[in-house]
Structure formats: structure tokens, C-alpha cells
Write a protein that binds this ligand. Structure first.
Ligand code: AP5
Ligand code: MG
Length: 217
């Protein structure tokens, strides 16, 4: 199965994708994570993307679509894909169609996480993750069970994203409204979009997403 998790910054795409990976053995394809890895490794793509990301703007369609294609090449055909933060423009949605066709895959579901934008700034500015295993946390909604120790791997090192400050978040949201929201009609026309209440508890959102997956391909 191949699904897209769609929603503005902080909607919970990464949180839900991680749960689907755990429950179904699917693969999370997050262009944001791929780009952050490229920035950290100072690859040519990372050097190009770093400033754009720090401003909260979108990296070029060609760069992100090439990253997605390369990941699908590396993945076995039997592993399902969860697209997290991709596609983000109508051009990327068209490129994804071509990429999927090239891998004998088809898009089964687009899940839009419906959220209240005002609450998202608080979600994002409170977010941090384990530097070692990447497990996500939040200052108020999800703290490690033992303070300062990762629940999953025991590491005591945590990190915050550079673009998780209020000013950049506002730009990221404006980019979403202007460039990403217009891809919804593209998928609505195919009847594959399901809308889920992204303001519910994390577990309740997962239950709704699981319900969509249970509908099958
Ligand atoms: P990216 O990494 O994709 O960031 P984003 O879309 O801004 O989304 P986030 O990762 O911030 O939010 P999320 O929806 O994953 O929420 P999360 O689950 O963490 O992209 C970063 C940048 O890379 C872009 O700005 C752009 O520059 C570039 N880029 C990436 N892809 C690109 C593309 N395709 N094209 C061009 N450029 C691209 O949750 C947030 C917090 O809320 C967490 O702390 C979590 O614990 C908490 N939370 C989650 N769900 C709930 C809930 N239900 N209730 C309470 N708290 C919750
Ligand atoms: Mg994310």
C-alpha cells in the first residue's frame, strides 16, 4: 500500500508515520528528514537546501522528487510507502504519479490531517527528539517517562530543529496554504482523500488512520 499523509507543519504527519512503520512494517519517506540528513552531511543537495529550509520556504521540486525516486529504488517492491511531507506542490504530485508508475506502484490513499493552525505553533515550538534514535517528544504533550532519558533507546541527548521557531513556522504555514493545499483538488478528483481530525489525541488519530488502511488498497 502507498499512502500520503498530508497536513500543515506540526499536523502530526511524522508522529503518525512512525506508528504505521511500527504496526505495519511500512517505510516512512519524509523529504524533510532526507533533507535534514543531507544538510547535516553537507552534501551538494544539503548545501543548496540549508538556507531555504532555515527560511521555511520550499526546496525545489526536482531535488525532492529525485530523493523520493532514489528511496523507492532502494526499497523492495513489497514494502508499503508512507509519503510524509511529499508531495508539497502540484508539480510534485504530478512527478509522484510518474515515479510511482515507474516502480509499478499506485497511490491508494491520501489522508489529510485537519488541524487548527493556532495550536500548531505551540506543538512545533515545544517539539524535540532523541539525537540517537529520533524518537519524538514534546515539552507538554509527550515528555520522556524518566526525565532526560529517551524511552526508546536510553540516550540522554536530545535536539530541536533549527526551523522550529515561531517566525519560520509562520512562513512554513503560509507556504502550505499557498503551494501545498492546492494539491487536494488534484487527489479529491480521484476520490482517494480521507479527512481525519488531527486535533484528537495522538492515539485517536492513529485509530482513524488505521481505519483508512483497513479499507484496503
Ligand atoms: P518537514 O520536515 O516535512 O516539516 P513540516 O511539513 O513543516 O512538518 P513537521 O515535520 O514540522 O510536522 P509534522 O506534521 O511531521 O508533525 P509532528 O508529527 O512532528 O519539512 C521541513 C522543511 O523541509 C520544509 O519547510 C521545506 O523547506 C523542506 N521540505 C521538506 N519536504 C519538502 C518538499 N516535498 N518540497 C519542498 N521542500 C520540502 O508533530 C509535531 C509535534 O506535535 C510533535 O511534538 C508531536 O509530538 C506533537 N503532536 C503530534 N500529533 C499530536 C496530537 N494529535 N496531539 C498533540 N500533539 C501532537
Ligand atoms: Mg515531520
Amino acid at each position: 500500500m502507498n499512502i500520503i499523509l498530508l497536513g500543515p507543519p506540526g499536523a502530526g504527519k511524522g508522529t503518525q508515520a512512525a506508528r504505521l512503520v511500527e504496526h505495519h512494517g511500512m517505510r516512512q519517506l519524509s523529504t524533510g528528514e532526507m533533507l535534514r540528513a543531507a544538510v547535516a552531511a553537507r552534501t551538494p543537495v544539503g548545501i543548496k537546501a540549508a538556507e531555504v529550509m532555515a527560511r521555511g520556504e520550499l526546496v525545489s521540486d526536482e531535488i525532492v522528487s529525485a530523493l523520493i525516486d532514489a528511496e523507492l529504488v532502494a526499497m523492495g517492491p513489497a514494502t508499503g510507502a508512507i509519503f510524509d511531507g511529499y508531495p508539497r506542490t502540484v508539480a510534485q504530485a504530478e512527478q509522484l504519479d510518474a515515479i510511482l508508475a515507474g516502480h509499478d506502484r499506485k497511490l491508494d490513499h491520501v489522508i489529510e490531517l485537519l488541524v487548527d493552525e493556532d495550536a500548531l505553533v505551540e506543538r512545533i515550538t515545544g517539539r524535540f527528539s532523541c539525537s540517537s534514535c529520533g524518537e519524538g517528544y514534546h515539552d507538554t504533550h509527550k515528555l520522556p517517562q524518566t526525565p532526560g532519558v529517551c524511552d526508546k533507546c536510553g540516550s540522554t541527548e536530545f535536539a530541536r530543529r533549527k526551523d522550529d521557531n515561531e517566525e519560520t513556522v509562520r512562513t512554513r504555514m503560509a507556504e502550505y496554504r499557498k503551494k501545498t493545499a492546492p494539491i487536494l483538488p488534484f487527489y479529491d478528483a480521484r476520490g482517494i482523500v480521507t479527512r481525519v481530525d488531527g486535533m484528537a489525541d495522538i492515539g485517536a488519530v492513529t485509530d482513524e488512520v488505521e481505519g483508512v488502511l483497513a479499507q484496503g488498497a
